[in-house]
Design a protein around this ligand. Structure first.
Ligand SMILES: *Cc1c(COP(=O)(O)O)cnc(C)c1O
Length: 354
């Protein structure tokens, strides 16, 4: 606390991302990054980039990238917004749509950045409890609201909703914006992009950080009705004209164009996720069915915090959340098959498991 801080920041509780260790000999399964490198097309684009162009500001509208995304998803370019990671897209969306009289509705257990943005932008919010099996029951989102946000698949639970459940919500909830955060959708859920032409109040947000192996580039995007996109552009152009640097724009286009590499790496992660789920179950874990690149699991008799510490001592990083409803769980990113074999082998060495 400093006397120089403005009142608006004194009560903030900033988001704390998973650890990015400086040492390299760790098996890093704590922040849901992709274990595979980005497409070779990304390397090619970087290698052949004319660095003289870095003297110029990048395209403030990321035209080429928006065009590529519009083609990929079968929408108009004016229905696409891009930002510096989907976290920035989310932040702009909270500012643009959720500063309303009525509260924002969101799941009680979800991406914890949503609460942080509410505090930053002074948005009143209400948590809607998850079902006992950790599913998001959209049928409970019935109260008057200034907006609704949920992640599909949800994080950190990994469970997904069907497109029908989302469409039913949109039929009931027509007077406020509904944001579907699809950071993990490529790993096994149905995208609500299919609904954007039918429902003018749905905004779908995705990222290049997970399924396209570009977390370090910071590229996220939103797809929705042009009026929603215009709202986001107003916020963006009141904040930073150039949120995406020139290399981010170039490499994102390259990654998007390599469909076969994308499909292959996603398929590999899904196969390894199934293998990991079976192995963990055999070791006495309860594993929540996952449509993502991570699993959320608790052991029948060993505590989550103790297991996290044990793995950490053995150079394997996983994520543990201390809030009481989920403090027995570990969120384990799906790495390569070899990394997951090392995880399982390490767990088998645990004195209570062998
Ligand atoms: C990883 C993640 C994001 C943020 O992704 P970036 O594009 O890297 O900012 C957003 N929402 C959820 C649910 C995530 O897990």
């Amino acid at each position: 606390m400093s006397k120089f801080w403005s009142a608006a920041i004194r009560d903030l509780t900033p988001y704390v991302p998973g650890e990015q260790p400086k040492v390299t000999n760790l098996i890093k399964l704590n922040t849901n990054e992709n274990p595979f490198p980005p497409s070779p097309a990304v390397e090619h684009a970087l290698h052949h980039y004319d660095t003289a162009r870095l003297t110029l500001y990048p395209d403030p509208d990321s035209t080429e990238l928006k065009e590529a995304l519009a083609n990929y998803y079968g929408v108009e370019r004016a229905q696409v917004f891009v930002g510096n990671g989907s976290d920035e897209v989310l932040a702009h969306a909270f500012m643009a749509f959720f500063r309303q009289e009525k509260p924002l509705l969101m799941p009680s257990i979800t991406y914890s950045f949503y609460d942080v943005y509410c505090n930053l932008y002074q948005i009143d919010y209400q948590h809607i409890p998850l079902e006992d099996d950790f599913s998001v029951a959209l049928t409970n989102y019935t109260t008057e609201n200034g907006g609704i946000i949920f992640a599909n698949p949800n994080a950190p639970t990994g469970r997904s909703l069907s497109l029908d459940e989302i469409e039913a919500l949109l039929q009931r909830n027509t007077e406020s914006v509904v944001i579907v955060d699809e950071a993990y959708v490529d790993f096994g859920a149905q995208s609500a992009v299919a609904l954007v032409d039918k429902y003018p109040n749905v905004l779908v947000i995705q990222t290049f950080s997970k399924s396209r192996s570009l977390a370090g580039m910071r590229v996220g995007f939103a797809i929705g009705h042009t009026e929603l996109i215009d709202g986001l552009e107003r916020v963006k152009n009141s904040f930073n004209s150039y949120p995406l640097d020139a290399l981010a724009q170039k490499t994102a286009v390259a990654a998007l164009q390599d469909q076969s590499y994308f499909e292959q790496s996603v398929a590999q992660i899904i196969t390894t996720r199934q293998w990991t789920t079976e192995q963990l179950s055999e070791l006495g874990f309860k594993v929540i069915p996952s449509a993502t690149n991570f699993v959320f699991a608790e052991h029948r008799f060993i505590e989550g915090a103790e297991l996290m510490g044990y793995l950490r001592t053995n150079n394997i990083l996983v994520r543990h959340f201390s809030r009481p409803e989920i403090d027995n769980f570990l969120r384990i990113t799906i790495g390569t098959q070899e990394q997951m074999e090392a995880l399982v082998a390490c767990l088998k060495q645990h004195p209570d498991l062998g």
